[in-house]
Design a protein around this ligand. Structure first.
Ligand code: MF3
Ligand code: CO
Ligand code: CO
Length: 265
């Protein structure tokens, strides 16, 4: 009986082979390097489309394809989400970066058919201490989620760790968008929720690869997608949102942050 329950819960979650893991690692490192590379081009007055073009060129120069391009009709090579935009902001020549903007750049590479998905926050010039705190706390919440990764632990504990911290700090956690299995496909099983209940959800097993990508809001958690483009998700109250994302591997002893190129993990 126990056996059946276990199998049912793992249904659809792919355990990657060593060869697949090596491919996912390479793609993930390229995605991480893309986020480092673009830092040098971020300045006041440039458009988000300009940054998107550089991202696409960099990926192609390195033998990869941007996974978002044409994904369910998505038109660009990255998502660039400014201020109250929670996720899936579409790069545009009309969106010009200005002093005080905070924004997430989210990139996903396909290299040799393997996927790597990562995002981080950037900002222009001086931002208020409270805004910097939101960004730092969102980064910390991702880290708390990552620290839950080890064989035998349950996925619900990731969301539990993230939401307990974020709520204690007075923020809300977006529940309408989740992390996801990632590696041989863009969005695989399971859904990785950022609000979780302790000791619920599938059991982690070495060889699983997935993202954690908490979106943390200053105000209300609810989002609304722009009618005119069908993608841009904004906070309903217009307050700020921040997000960080890594693609992670469950190892025999814990985790490997596949998209980390900073040496932090
Ligand atoms: N990279 C996003 C994620 O973290 C997905 C973007 S899909 C797009 O899952 F179509 F909006 F680009
Ligand atoms: Co993702
Ligand atoms: Co992403």
């Amino acid at each position: 009986m126990f056996f059946f329950v276990q199998n049912f819960e793992k249904m659809g979650i792919i355990i990657k082979t060593p060869e697949q893991i090596e491919g996912i690692r390479k793609s993930s490192q390229l995605a991480g390097n893309t986020l480092q590379m673009i830092n040098g081009f971020i300045k006041e007055g440039v458009s988000t489309e300009y940054l998107d073009n550089i991202i696409e060129e960099y990926m192609r120069d390195n033998g990869a394809i941007p996974a978002t391009l044409g994904y369910h009709g998505y038109p660009k090579s990255s998502c660039i989400s400014l201020n109250e935009v929670v996720c899936h902001g579409i790069p545009s020549p009309k969106t010009i970066l200005k002093e005080g903007d905070i924004f997430n750049i989210d990139v996903t590479t396909i290299l040799d058919s393997y996927y790597g998905d990562t995002s981080k926050m950037y900002w222009i010039g001086d931002i208020p201490q409270k805004t910097k705190q939101l960004i730092d706390d969102t980064y910390h919440s991702l880290n708390l989620g990552i620290q839950q990764i080890k064989p035998g632990n349950r996925f619900g504990n990731i969301g539990f760790a993230i939401s307990r911290f974020a709520k204690a700090k007075g923020y809300s956690v977006v529940y309408e968008f989740c992390g996801h299995g990632c590696g041989v496909d863009f969005h695989e099983e399971p859904q990785v929720e950022h609000i979780g209940r302790k000791n619920t959800g599938p059991v982690m097993q070495a060889g699983m690869t997935f993202t954690i990508e908490p979106m943390i809001n200053e105000g209300k958690s609810r989002t609304r997608v722009d009618k005119h483009d069908g993608w841009t998700a904004r906070t309903i109250d217009g307050k700020l949102s921040a997000q960080f994302e890594h693609t992670l591997l469950v190892t025999e002893t814990g985790f490997e942050a596949l998209t980390d190129v900073t040496g932090e993990y």
